[in-house]
Design a protein around this ligand. Structure first.
Ligand code: SAH
Ligand code: SF4
Ligand code: F3S
Length: 472
C-alpha cells in the first residue's frame, strides 16, 4: 500500500527542485516517458525514514518511483556503515550499477547515508567508482536537489561532507511506504561516542526538532490514517538536551500520547543511561504508548561496558529494567548485544550470558564486533579472533532463542491486538501483523484487513513468530 504526503520544502530547496524539474521534463520529451528513480536502503530505521524523504524529493523533481534499477534514470543508494559486512555488500551492489550506466548514459548515481560520512569511503568512491555522480552524508538531504541540478547541468561530480548542513530543515517532501505505519525522526545525530561505534562520526552531533514541528507531523499522520507511529533517534531519550526549547523526551512522548485518535506510539533507541523513571512512568500511564522498550545492554561485564564508554554498570541497568517491569509487567523488552569486543574474556562473555538469563528479553539483536576505522575500539589491544567471536555468537543466540521461546509460550491462549500487515511473507495463504509488543503474529483472514487492528487468540508459538486465530 502506497501513500503520499507532500509538504512544501523550504525556499532554497524549492528553487533547485524546480531546476531539476526542467531537466526531467526535457528527458521525458526526449524519451517519451517520465524518468524513473530507484531508491535502495540499507541500515536502520533512520535510513528508512531518510529514504522516504529522498523518494518524496525525487517525485517532487519529476521522477516516477520504480523498484527495478534497470529502468532507472536516477539511482539513490542510502548506505549503512555500522559493520564492515554492510559496507562491503553495498560497495559490491554499487559496482553492479556501472553496467546500467553503460546502457543508459542519462543515469545519475547518488550515494548517501552513513558510509559516505567517512572521508576514506568518499575518496574510494571518487577514485574507484567513476560512475558515481554525487554523494551526500546523513542530515544533508536538503542539498540533494542542488547537487543533482548542478550535475544534470553538466557540472563535475561532487562529494558533500558532513559539516555542510548543520541545520534541521523541516517540511522536506516525503513519500511514505505505508499508510498506517510511519517513522518520525525527532532528533538526529549522537553525542555518546561508544568506542565501537561509527554513528557519531557520520551523523554528527545531537540536534532535536522543535516539539511543535513533530506534533504537526504526527497530527497529519493520524489524520491520514497512521495507526503505528515510531519516533526515531539514535539516542531518542536525550531528545531536547542542549536545545533552545525546554522539552524532555518524556514530555514530548506525553504530549503526543494525548492526541486524539486510534494509534500507538513506539520509539527507539533508548540509551540506558538516559532512560529515566519519568519516561517509564509516561509509558505506563498513557494507553497510546506501546508497552514495549528497546534498551540495548551491549555487554553484561562492567569492565567491557566501561571500555565501551557506555556510562552505566550492569546493576544500574538492571535497576532500570526492574523498575520498568514493576510498572509494566506485560510489556516486552528487547536489547542489542555485541560479542567479541576487544579484550572480552570468556568470563566477560559468561557475564553477558548471565545478564540475558536475568533480563529475560523477548528478543535480542546480536552482533559480532566489527572494527570501524577511526573509532577508539578499532585501535585497542586484544582484538578477538574470528573463530572465538563466532563461537560466542552461537552460544549467545542459542541461549536467547530458548528464552524467546519461553516468553512466547507464556502468550499461548492470550488475546492480542494485532496491526495487520497483509499477506504473510512466508505463506501466501496467511496474513501477518505485529502486536503492540512488536511480536509477529501469523493468522488466517481477509487481506482487506491490512492496516487495521484485529484481535487474535494465540494458538501456537515459535521462537520468533506467534500463530493465532481471529477472536470470535
Ligand atoms: N543508537 C543505538 C543503535 C546504534 S547501532 C544505540 O545506542 O543502541 C545498532 C547496534 O549496532 C548497536 O546497538 C550495537 O549493538 C551494534 N553496533 C554498533 N557498532 C558496532 C560495531 N562496530 N560492531 C558490532 N556491532 C555494532
Ligand atoms: Fe552508537 Fe552509542 Fe550513539 Fe548508539 S549511543 S549510536 S551505539 S555511539
Ligand atoms: Fe547504519 Fe547509519 Fe543506521 S551506520 S545503523 S544507517 S545510523
Amino acid at each position: 500500500m502506497s501513500h503520499k504526503v507532500y509538504l512544501p520544502a523550504d525556499a532554497g530547496m524549492i528553487e533547485y527542485i524546480g531546476a531539476v524539474r526542467g531537466f526531467t521534463a526535457e528527458l521525458e520529451k526526449r524519451k517519451g516517458s517520465a524518468p524513473r528513480v530507484f531508491v535502495q536502503t540499507f541500515g536502520c530505521q533512520q535510513n528508512e525514514a531518510d529514504s522516504e524523504r529522498l523518494a518524496g524529493t525525487a517525485v517532487a523533481m519529476g521522477y516516477l518511483l520504480t523498484d527495478d534499477p534497470q529502468f532507472a534514470d536516477l539511482i539513490i543508494v542510502n548506505t549503512c556503515a555500522v559493520r564492515e559486512h554492510a559496507e562491503k555488500r553495498t560497495l559490491s551492489i554499487i559496482g553492479q550499477y556501472k553496467h546500467i550506466k553503460e546502457k543508459n548514459p542519462d543515469l545519475v548515481i547518488a550515494v548517501c547515508g552513513c558510509m559516505v560520512g567517512q572521508a576514506h569511503r568518499r575518496d574510494e568512491l571518487k577514485m574507484r567508482y567513476p560512475y558515481v555522480d554525487i554523494t551526500f552524508p546523513p542530515g544533508t538531504i536538503q542539498i540533494f536537489p542542488k547537487m543533482l541540478a548542478e550535475r544534470l547541468a553538466g557540472g563535475r561530480r561532487s562529494f558533500a561532507v558532513p559539516e555542510e548542513c548543520p541545520e534541521i530543515v523541516e517540511e522536506i517532501p516525503v513519500h511514505r511506504e505505508s499508510s498506517y505505519r510511519a517513522w518520525v525522526s525527532v532528533m538526529y545525530g549522537c553525542n555518546n561516542f561508544c568506542t565501537y561505534c561509527i554513528v557519531p562520526y557520520v551523523r554528527g552531533r545531537e540536534r532535536s526538532r522543535r516539539p511543535e514541528a513533530i506534533e504537526k507531523e504526527v497530527l497529519e499522520l493520524i489524520k491520514s490514517g497512521a495507526r503505528d507511529i515510531t519516533l526515531l533517534g539514535q539516542n531518542v531519550n536525550s531528545y531536547g538536551k542542549n536545545s533552545e526549547f525546554d522539552c524532555s523526551f518524556a514530555e514530548l512522548l506525553d504530549r503526543l500520547a494525548c492526541l486524539e485518535g486510534d494509534f500507538k506510539l513506539h520509539f527507539m533507541t533508548s540509551h540506558p543511561k538516559d532512560a529515566t523513571r519519568e519516561l517509564i512512568d509516561v509509558i505506563a500511564k498513557r494507553d497510546k504508548v506501546a508497552k514495549q522498550l528497546h534498551l540495548p545492554l551491549q555487554s553484561g561485564s562492567d569492565r567491557i561496558l566501561s571500555a565501551m564508554n557506555r556510562h552505566y554498570t550492569l546493576e544500574q541497568y538492571m535497576g532500570k529494567l526492574d523498575y520498568f517491569r514493576e510498572k509494566l509487567p506485560d510489556a516486552s523488552v528487547t536489547s542489542d548485544i555485541i560479542v567479541g569486543f576487544p579484550g572480552e574474556t570468556e568470563e566477560d562473555f559468561e557475564a553477558t550470558l548471565e545478564a540475558l538469563r536475568r533480563a529475560r528479553y523477548d528478543r535480542i539483536f546480536s552482533f559480532i564486533y566489527s572494527p570501524r576505522k577511526g573509532t577508539p575500539a578499532a585501535e585497542m589491544d586484544g582484538q578477538i579472533p574470528d573463530d572465538v567471536k563466532n563461537e560466542r555468537f552461537s552460544r549467545l543466540v542459542a541461549l536467547q532463542n530458548e528464552i524467546s521461546l519461553e516468553k512466547n509460550q507464556a502468550l499461548l491462549g492470550k488475546a492480542l491486538r494485532v496491526l495487520c500487515d497483509g499477506v504473510s511473507k512466508n505463506d501466501p495463504d496467511m496474513l501477518e501483523g505485529r502486536t503492540e509488543q512488536d511480536k509477529i503474529v501469523i493468522f488466517k483472514g481477509d487481506a482487506a484487513m491490512t492496516g487495521q487492528f484485529v484481535e487474535i487468540v494465540v494458538t501456537r508459538v515459535e521462537t520468533f513468530n506467534l500463530y493465532g486465530e481471529i477472536k470470535k
